[in-house]
Design a protein around this ligand. Structure first.
Ligand SMILES: Cc1cc2nc3c(=O)[nH]c(=O)nc-3n(C[C@H](O)[C@H](O)[C@H](O)COP(=O)(O)OP(=O)(O)OC[C@H]3O[C@@H](n4cnc5c(N)ncnc54)[C@H](O)[C@@H]3O)c2cc1C
Length: 386
C-alpha cells in the first residue's frame, strides 16, 4: 500500500530510501534495550527532513505541514517510529506563529543545522491529566527572569532535547476571568536548566518511547524565554497541538499501511489446509476493511494539513484526523495480528512491536474520549459534558 499524493511523492521516496538503512532489526534491538535511535535521528536531521517546516531564511526547507506529515507517515510505513523526533515538527507551529524575530533568529538556524534539538513538549501534569487548564506549574516573574516551580509528566524525549516548550501558569487561576487566560509558553534552554532547578526522571513504558517526568524547583529562566505575550499561552499551544494531532495522525496512517502490507503479503503466502490463508474471506475482509479505513483517514490527514497551511484554525479537522487515523491503524493492527496467527507474537516479525507502538495513539497526545467531547461541544454545539 503506497500513498498517492503527487505533491509529496519526492520527499516520500527520499524518506523511504533513508529508512531502508534502518530495517526491523535496528528498531527491534532498540526496543529490547529501550534505546534512543540516535543514528536514525542524526541521518534524518542531516538529510534536512526534521527542518522541513523551518523557513528557508532560517536554513530550513520552508515546506508545509503536508510535507512534514509525509515524512512521518513514510517512517512509520517503513516499520520505524517517528516518536523519537517528531516533536520538533509540531512545536514549530507555536514558535513560527508566535515566537519573536529574535527567538527565531537565535534558535531556528541552529535547529535546522542539527546543533540544537527542540524535542520536549511540557504540557501534561500528573494531577491534571487531560484537564490542561488545571495545570499547576507556575512561572512567576522576578525582575528580568521567571521562577518556575512544578512538575510535568510524560515529557517525552526530555533526555534527548536541548530546548523545551513549556506551558505554565503566569497568573494565578483565581485572578483571571477565563480558565484559558493566565497561561504562558516558555522556551526553556534545558542545557542551562539541568541540575539548576530542572530534574528529569525516565519512565519505562510498554513500548520504546523515551518518555520522562520532569521536576522544576525554583528554576530561573530569563524573561526572553517567553513566547509571545504573557497569559496567551493556551491559545498559542493550540496551534502546536493541532499540528501535533495532524502529524500523529499521519504516523497512524503509516502504521496502518505497514500492518496492511504485512498482513496481505503473509495472507498471500501462508498455506494452511492446502491453500493460501488469504483465499478465505474471513482473512481477506478484515484486511480490506482496515485498508478502506486507512485510506479514508489519509484523506482526513491531508485535508487537515492543507487547512493548517492556509493559516486556518484546524481544531475540528485535526481532531477528526487523529480520531480516524488512530482507530484505522488499530483496526489494521488487529487484522495483522489475526492474519499472522501465532507468528504475530514472535519478535522477529515486528508485528508485536508495531502493535504495542500503535496502541498509544488512542490515548496520546489526546485521548479518543476527549476528541469526541470536543466534536460534541465545539462542532455540534451540544452542552459541555465535563
Ligand atoms: C507515551 C506517552 C508519551 C506522551 N508524551 C507527552 C509529551 O511529550 N508531552 C506532554 O505534555 N504529554 C505527553 N503525553 C501525555 C498525554 O497527552 C496524556 O497521557 C493524554 O493526554 C491523556 O492524559 P492522562 O494520561 O492524564 O489521562 P486522564 O486525563 O487521566 O484520562 C484517563 C482516561 O479518562 C478519560 N477521561 C478523562 N476525562 C474524561 C471526560 N471528561 N469524559 C470522558 N472521558 C474522560 C480519558 O479519555 C482517558 O481515557 C504522553 C503520554 C504517553 C502515554
Amino acid at each position: 500500500m503506497t500513498a498517492d499524493d503527487p505533491a509529496t511523492a519526492d520527499i516520500r521516496d527520499s524518506v523511504r530510501a533513508l529508512c531502508t538503512r534502518f530495517p526491523g532489526a535496528y528498531w527491534r534491538e532498540l526496543d529490547r534495550s529501550r534505546g534512543y535511535p540516535t543514528q536514525f535521528v542524526a541521518e534524518l536531521t542531516a538529510a534536512g527532513f526534521l527542518a522541513a517546516l523551518i523557513p528557508e531564511e532560517y536554513g530550513g526547507s520552508g515546506l508545509g505541514l503536508s510535507a512534514a506529515a509525509a515524512v512521518l507517515e513514510e517512517i512509520h510505513a517503513s516499520g520505524g517510529n517517528g516518536g523519537a523526533c517528531h516533536a520538533q515538527m509540531y512545536m514549530m507551529g507555536t514558535l513560527l506563529r508566535h515566537g519573536s524575530g529574535a527567538q527565531k533568529r537565535s534558535w531556528l538556524p541552529q535547529i535546522a543545522r542539527g546543533e540544537i534539538r527542540l524535542q520536549a513538549f511540557g504540557v501534561t501534569e500528573p494531577s491534571s491529566g487531560s484537564d490542561t487548564l488545571a495545570l499547576r506549574t507556575t512561572a512567576v516573574p522576578d525582575g528580568d527572569h521567571y521562577i518556575i516551580n512544578g512538575q510535568k509528566i510524560w515529557t517525552s524525549r526530555a533526555e534527548h532535547s536541548d530546548l523545551m516548550l513549556l506551558l505554565a501558569r503566569t497568573t494565578p487561576a483565581d485572578q483571571v476571568k477565563k480558565r484559558t487566560e493566565g497561561l504562558s509558553v516558555l522556551l526553556i534552554d534545558m542545557r542551562e536548566a539541568l541540575g539548576r532547578g530542572l530534574t528529569i526522571r525516565p519512565i519505562r513504558t510498554m513500548m520504546n518511547h523515551s518518555t520522562t517526568e520532569v521536576f522544576f524547583e525554583n528554576l530561573r529562566v530569563p524573561s526572553g524565554a517567553l513566547v509571545g505575550e504573557p497569559g496567551r499561552g493556551f491559545h498559542y499551544i493550540l496551534d502546536g497541538m493541532n499540528a501535533e494531532r495532524t502529524l500523529i495522525a499521519a504516523e497512524c496512517v503509516g502504521d496502518g499501511r505497514w500492518f496492511i502490507e504485512k498482513a496481505a503479503a503473509y495472507a498471500r503466502e501462508r498455506r494452511v489446509f492446502g491453500r493460501p490463508i488469504g483465499q478465505n474471506q474471513g482473512i481477506q475482509f478484515p484486511i480490506s476493511r482496515a485498508y478502506a479505513a486507512v485510506r479514508a483517514a489519509a484523506l482526513a490527514v491531508s485535508h487537515a494539513a492543507q487547512r493548517f497551511e492556509s493559516g486556518a484554525r484546524i481544531g475540528e479537522e485535526a481532531n477528526i484526523a487523529k480520531l480516524l487515523a488512530s482507530e484505522a491503524s488499530w483496526q489494521a493492527a488487529e487484522a495483522c495480528v489475526q492474519t499472522f496467527g501465532g507468528f504475530a507474537f514472535a519478535e522477529e516479525y515486528d508485528v508485536e512491536r508495531k502493535f504495542r507502538e500503535a496502541r498509544l495513539y488512542q490515548v496520546a497526545p489526546v485521548s479518543t474520549n476527549l476528541i469526541l467531547a470536543y466534536i460534541a461541544e465545539h462542532v455540534l454545539q451540544m452542552p459541555r459534558s465535563y
